[in-house]
Design a protein around this ligand. Sequence first.
Ligand code: GDP
Ligand code: MN
Length: 382
Amino acid sequence: MDLFEYQGKQLFARYDIPVSPGGAADSVDDTVAVADRIGYPVVVKAQVHVGGRGKAGGIQLAANAEECRRHATAILGMDIKGHTVGRVWVEQASDIAREYYASFTLDRSAKTHLGMLSAQGGVEIEDVAANNPDAIARIHVDPVEGLTAGQCEEWVDAAGLDPEARSGTIDILTKLWRCYEDADADLVEINPLILTTDGVVRALDAKVTLDGNSVFRHPEYKEYEDTQPRDAREEQAYRKGLQYVGLDGTVGVIANGAGLAMSTVDVVNEVGGKPANFLDIGGGANADVMAGALEVINHDPAVKSIFINIFGGITKGEEVANGIVQALERVAIDSPIVIRLDGTNADEGRAILEPHRSERLRVEPTMLDAARAAVELARHPR
Ligand code: GDP
Ligand code: MN
């Protein structure tokens, strides 16, 4: 779960990590109101889940209300790498002497936490890693021990920051580690971490990814889930509590289990089709869930056929089949449907589907046959 910069900075502030005073705004008038309150000069920053906003024109300095209004008008509604800007963050402008980079993330291959610190910040860290790998000081942080004071000092010294930034950086990294651990983050990144002309170290940007599985420990993360960017289809699925990701093809996909749903997307591609979505309905596959899934897919105008791929496990084939039949009675579906039902009590399940079979409701014996049929129907809709 990715946070917007303003959410990341609000999280940082809770851990006492210094950030510039600011506020979020959704309209031009609100942007100017926030700026008036903070005092000029301010920086107006597009809030989107992609980096490189500066280069794209999504970050602008404003010396007065008139400039602020002009920048807010340009930035709100702007498209940055396919993301439309719906909100800006306005903060007191900083006088930057140096730009550094700092982050904690998971090092999956080393099976532990990784800290990265560099005197070369403000640019993409991937570029630094590729062109000048020695410019990044890396440490592994033991998940039980945590970041120790001695380790942190050695790390900062290894990164070769300016001496005036040393104590401020050690302080921020100590707090950033606490934030990373306590907030159940998978990534906390400050790029740039700045040294101001008057010698203060501060987080000028915030990129935070939280572990979605930790929401039960942090009820306040509901807000972050609610503000995730979604297209109309994804929004509808989210409200129904479905695990849905919109794609740009024509075969609607419903499967039970994330692994099977991913395989289904793959097999549709494999036989030359294009999936319209990923949709995992979980283990249950009862009529309510199936009806909800069919409604979401039916709303997608790009969908030309629907592939329901169910493997009965704990949920038996006949329960799944009854769920599908009841769902179809409740939702009028525009596209032909192809079902593959296998696993526990598959024969009993197929017997229940048998009387409902037609040109518009096909049952195929294997995943591959079903994928071929669904792709064919999407290509030549009847
Ligand atoms: P990103 O491009 O999406 O990573 O956005 P950042 O928040 O990192 O900002 C990009 C760049 O804009 C920074 O590296 C700074 O050079 C510049 N910038 C951002 N805020 C300020 C500010 O308050 N003052 C000045 N002078 N430059 C800023
Ligand atoms: Mn940045």
